[in-house]
Design a binder for this molecule. Structure first.
Ligand SMILES: [Mg+2]
Length: 291
């Protein structure tokens, strides 16, 4: 299965969009149309890369837009960039989401006691390659961290690209601890503090800030896939989420989007243009006294 992307608008501007196509060149939704599993028997999942390692632009699947292109998050009319909290530069993994998953905001998680954040489940990919925005990669799941962000459950799956040269050596969270010393601690600290320079409180974590293992992670991912299934089959109200898709829902579903409708929707967005400069303030380093 192969996928490609098509840029619209100007990079580093409000008009930027990254649309997805399947192998036949048909527009698809990366949220709904890319299968969760790349290989179900081997527990290999697809991951949509939203933010390449060492970059700062907070790019994400636009869950409320038709065809759910990747676009940059906007706050108070301004493009969002994550702060560099010393010693980090941007995101410290390739960051993205597993398609066909949903953290249901109406479901209170039994372990965290908090409801979902209304997004697909997040993934931190720890391989050595710096991926590109919009890459759809196959990942092996290694563990999971239960972040609590302003009272919402926001799971962070830890995974490795199956194409990484060292992928065969990584089979559980303990392998990350052993073979990439410091990475898990840095991951917790990154998530704890990344919003503090924006005036937000530190994030909290369930399970005494400990990572759960691979089996636990896979169960969490499966449960978010079940929530997504209730969403796409209209068993729950989608609210503001845009569930239109070109491959999953039958023609009689209100979520079914024809190829013509998809092409027309993309055609209404800004044509691909030149890249805008990134503000130099994005390079600032924030120093933070460890409590
Ligand atoms: Mg999330």
């Amino acid at each position: 299965m192969s996928f490609s992307v098509e840029q619209r608008g100007n990079q580093n501007s409000l008009s930027y969009r990254l649309f997805f196509k399947n192998a036949e060149g048909k527009y698809i939704s990366p949220f709904h149309d890319i299968p969760m599993y790349a290989d179900e028997g081997q527990n290999i999942f697809h991951m949509v890369v939203e933010v390449p390692r060492w970059t700062n632009a907070k790019m994400e699947i636009a869950t409320k837009d038709l065809l759910n292109p990747i676009k940059q998050d906007v706050k108070k009319g301004k493009l969002r960039y994550v702060a560099n909290v010393f010693p980090h530069k941007g995101y410290i993994w390739n960051y993205g989401a597993i398609p066909q998953t949903w953290e249901d905001p109406a479901h209170k998680d039994g372990d965290t006691g908090c409801c979902g954040d209304n997004d697909p489940i997040d993934v931190c990919e720890i391989g050595s390659k710096v991926c590109s925005r919009g890459d759809v990669i196959k990942v092996k799941v290694l563990g999971i961290l239960a972040m609590i962000d302003e009272g919402e459950t926001d799971w962070k799956v830890i995974a490795i690209n199956v194409d990484d040269p060292e992928a065969s050596e990584f089979n559980n969270i303990g392998d990350v601890r052993r073979l990439k010393p410091g990475y898990l601690e840095a991951t917790v600290n990154w998530f704890r503090r990344y919003k503090v320079p924006d005036g937000k409180p530190e994030n909290q974590f369930a399970f005494n800030e400990e990572f759960k293992d691979k089996d636990f992670a896979i169960e969490v991912i499966k449960s978010t896939h079940n929530f997504w299934n209730t969403l796409i089959s209209q068993k729950v109200n989608a609210g503001e989420l845009n569930c239109k898709n070109t491959c999953v829902s039958a023609g009689d579903s209100p979520f079914c989007c024809s190829a013509d409708e998809a092409t027309a929707a993309v055609g209404e967005t800004w044509p691909c243009g030149k890249e805008e400069p990134v503000p130099s303030s994005v390079d600032k380093w924030f120093y933070y006294e460890r409590k």
